[in-house]
Design a binder for this molecule. Structure first.
Ligand SMILES: Nc1nc2c(c(=O)[nH]1)N[C@H]1C(S)=C(S)[C@@H](COP(=O)(O)O)O[C@H]1N2
Ligand SMILES: [Mo]
Length: 192
């Protein structure tokens, strides 16, 4: 091969390699509306026949549905914090894939910041509007529970573990005395 042709291809390869490396290095990691990464994994475990791990990416490939719901915090009951169309996977679907075992009574949910909440298993199996949402109004968000008609403390963000348990597990706010059903009955805070 002629020297100048060899030099030409060497330069092309070097430039191409540099471009690819720089491109990957500069690629922004996906972030959700909390500025926290959209990447993550949920461990589905406890009283199930088939424990498994579900990445946030895999979540968006499961059969989904859209629900309209507004988020209210007991700390500021009159104010809508977030509102619109949430797209996600029914918590029921995620649990069914793990095959709940006999004796499973409650669903304990854990987040990466230590926050926890809970649902009764029969509630989740009955109410398919309780979803793990990964989009709000068409925009990607870090996955969170959307529980229409219930106070914000049920709407756990960035869940990392979903555990089926046989006992009356209570989450962060529920164990502090806030109602376990968390139904928003009127505009006022339930207190504790
Ligand atoms: N992981 C995690 N999820 C959480 C909380 C939290 O502290 N950590 N707070 C809950 C409460 S009390 C409310 S009112 C809503 C607030 O949601 P927002 O931050 O999207 O407004 O998130 C809920 N989910
Ligand atoms: Mo809240």
């Amino acid at each position: 091969m002629r020297k100048d042709v060899f030099a030409f291809f060497t330069i092309i390869l070097l430039l191409g390699g540099t471009y690819l490396l720089a491109g990957n290095g500069m690629k922004e990691s996906k972030t959700g509306d909390y500025g926290s990464p959209i990447e993550g994994v949920i461990q589905v475990t406890g009283l199930v026949e088939r424990p498994y791990n579900l990445t946030y990416d895999e979540l968006s490939k499961l059969p989904s549905k859209e629900v309209e719901a507004a988020l209210y915090c007991v700390g500021e009951p009159g104010k809508v914090r977030k509102n619109g169309t949430w797209k996600g996977v029914p918590l029921k679907t995620v649990l069914e894939l793990a095959k709940p075992a006999g004796g499973a009574y409650k669903v304990a949910l854990y987040a990466s910041d230590g926050f926890t909440t809970d649902f009764y298993l029969d509630t989740v199996m009955r109410e398919e509007d309780i979803i793990i949402a990964y989009e709000l109004n068409g925009e990607p968000i870090t996955p969170r529970i959307v529980a229409p008609g219930r106070w914000g403390y049920k709407w756990i963000k960035y869940p990392t573990k979903i555990e089926l348990v046989s006992y009356d597990f209570k989450g962060t706010w529920e164990s502090a005395g806030y109602p376990d059903d968390a139904y928003i009955t009127d505009g006022s805070s339930p207190g504790r």
